[in-house]
Design a binder for this molecule. Structure first.
Ligand code: ATP
Ligand code: MG
Length: 542
């Protein structure tokens, strides 16, 4: 146990042992400007993981201090996705609820001579910041009196100035080796309707000022974020101390999750949605949690994957095969096996003179063994790929003159077949071998292979959706790496009768094909469609 302690737990353990904190409080702080993706799942697993491990608390806090990109649709989807993953937040909070308190903190900084109103434009601020080798230049407005700053800041709030005309800056050090400490802007004027506060505010706090305050107001002890904020930590601490807080909250950074063949940038995901390259944020090909839900990924598998990916201080890229490995690992034990044919052709069993019904085992790997009924008769369907009039080398299915076992049923031997004018096989005729069912006297007969089948009499017409990764392998601009045709539809598949009864999001292994999930409106208005979750072959660790 102790050897598996990650660096975040080490910090927390020390803080508990020293008595610096008595209860661990974390938060998950999404900006409601898009849907959550698999990277967010990692952050969720860490923040809620700490809550669970230390019997503490974890808040869901919407970081909604930037009004221009935020939306209620995103607020709702975020909640739905976190609940789906199986996490429970202690409080649902909004950074925008703290706008009054943040304003007071800014006034407090002005009174201490630690913030000033600056008339520079965004360009002028950028041009006077200096760079890594040259210090910045002090703003000509840096030494305004406290009284003047208080008056101007209030006027900013009251709408006396145009957007961008003035900003409030922290007065720190224009020569600091850390660029973030060179008098950063902490408030700006922005006339934009906010999804919660409406038109009440026309000045909004900047992230680096707002975030430590949000954490501090809530009594968060450990503010866990991604590595790109490491350079912002001195500013985080500056705000925290100068606004009257102590050593906590403490910011801790970890490496974000990156995954091969996957886009993790909300900005780019949004672009895919807006340009219609995918069917919305919940398209099964999207790396969003809602996309993965539609695709049929079990939330347990996502959590297992995040746990295995671990917590680290250095950036790396995880193979998407690892995520799929955990999906398969879960489904192997939890998904019932069913028979489906993707591209059906008729198989006539000419000596079958009556229907039979078998109990087929649902899942050989399940802890509790169950069965379901499958019917056999004279007219069946098999997959076009499972009969070859002229077999290629090493072909192990039905061929002229050959035999094959029908999964869970008889061995059948070829009799004849018919083709259409183009030479496509339309029908195969065979005979079943009596007593060749498991346990029968002929059941040990050698056959080339085992194939799945369905009974034409009671099978259900299915549409299957199969997917490729959104991105091609490699690096470079996402725009040049979009996989062409990443969605394939099989509109005339046929499934065994039991599939008529399943519920939306039920997951199965279709034998010899892969794992599939019933779509969200399965069974409604005759819609019998499945999304492919993942194939059967595991390339992880190979
Ligand atoms: P994006 O750059 O995709 O917009 P973000 O970091 O701006 O992502 P937020 O909604 O602000 O997204 O993030 C909420 C939380 O999730 C933050 O604490 C953030 O650090 C974390 N997070 C976002 N992406 C990842 C990732 N790929 N791996 C781990 N954590 C992430
Ligand atoms: Mg962000």
């Amino acid at each position: 146990m102790a050897d598996n302690t990650n660096f975040i737990e080490e910090i927390i353990n020390k803080d508990l042992e020293s008595g610096a904190v008595s209860e661990i409080i974390t938060r998950f702080p999404p900006e409601p400007n898009g849907y959550l993706h698999i990277g967010h799942a990692k952050s969720l697993c860490i923040n809620f993981g700490m809550k669970e491990e230390y019997h503490g608390k974890c808040n869901l806090r919407y970081d909604d201090t930037n009004p221009s990109k935020e939306d209620v649709e995103f607020v709702n989807s975020i909640k739905e996705d976190i609940a789906w993953l199986g996490f429970e937040w202690d409080n649902e909070l909004y950074a925008s609820d703290y706008f009054d308190r943040m304003y007071e903190c800014a006034v407090g900084l002005i009174k201490k001579g630690l913030a000033y109103v600056c008339d520079y434009s965004a360009d002028e601020i950028r041009n006077t910041r200096g760079n890594l080798t040259t210090p910045g230049q002090n703003s000509p407005w840096r030494d305004r009196s406290v009284e003047e700053n208080l008056r101007l800041f209030e006027e900013m709030k009251d709408g006396k100035y145009a957007d961008g005309e003035k900003v409030l800056r922290a007065k720190i050090d224009m020569a600091s080796p850390n660029m973030n400490m060179r008098d950063p802007v902490i408030y700006r004027i922005l006339r934009e309707k906010h999804h919660r506060t409406g038109d009440k505010w026309i000045i909004y706090p900047m992230y680096d000022f707002a975030h430590p305050l949000e954490d501090a107001f809530e009594g968060v002890t450990h503010s866990i974020c991604t590595l790109e904020f490491e350079d912002h930590r001195p500013l985080y601490d500056w705000v925290k101390y100068n606004c009257g807080f102590g050593d906590f909250p403490k910011q801790i950074e970890f490496a974000r999750l990156n995954m091969t063949r996957t886009i993790m940038s909300k900005r780019y995901l949004k672009k895919l949605v807006e340009e219609g390259k995918v069917d919305g944020w919940s398209d099964p090909r999207m790396p969003t949690l809602s996309g993965m839900r539609e695709r049929g990924y079990p939330p347990e598998a996502i959590r297992n994957f995040c746990a295995a990916a671990g917590v680290s201080k250095s950036n790396s890229e995880v193979d998407v095969a690892m995520l799929e490995h955990f999906v398969r690992d879960y489904l192997n034990v939890n998904a019932d096996r069913m028979m489906v044919v993707r591209n059906p052709i008729k198989l006539i069993v000419e000596n079958a003179d009556r229907d039979e019904v078998y109990d087929i085992e649902n899942n050989p790997n399940a802890e509790v063994k169950t069965t379901h009924k499958v019917s056999f008769g004279r007219e069946l369907f098999i997959d076009r790929d499972d009969f070859a009039p002229v077999p290629p080398p090493k072909y192990k299915r039905l061929v002229p003159g050959g035999t094959v076992r029908l999964k869970g049923s008889y061995i059948v031997e070829y009799v004849s077949h018919k083709c259409d004018d183009d030479g496509n096989v339309t029908e195969v005729v065979c005979r079943y071998i009596p007593d060749s069912i498991q346990g029968g006297v002929n059941c040990e007969m050698k056959v080339k292979g085992v194939i799945q089948w369905v009974n034409a009499k009671d099978c259900v017409d299915l549409t299957l959706h199969e997917f490729d990764y959104l991105l091609l392998d490699g690096d470079g601009d996402f725009n040049d790496r979009l996989t062409p045709d990443s969605h394939t539809v099989y509109p005339s598949a046929k499934g065994e009768a039991a599939l008529r009864e399943v519920k939306p999001y039920d997951r199965f292994q279709f034998m010899r094909m892969g794992y599939f999930s019933a779509v969200r409106d399965y069974g409604k208005d005759g819609k019998y469609e499945f999304n492919m979750i993942t194939g059967l072959k595991d390339r992880y660790g190979k």
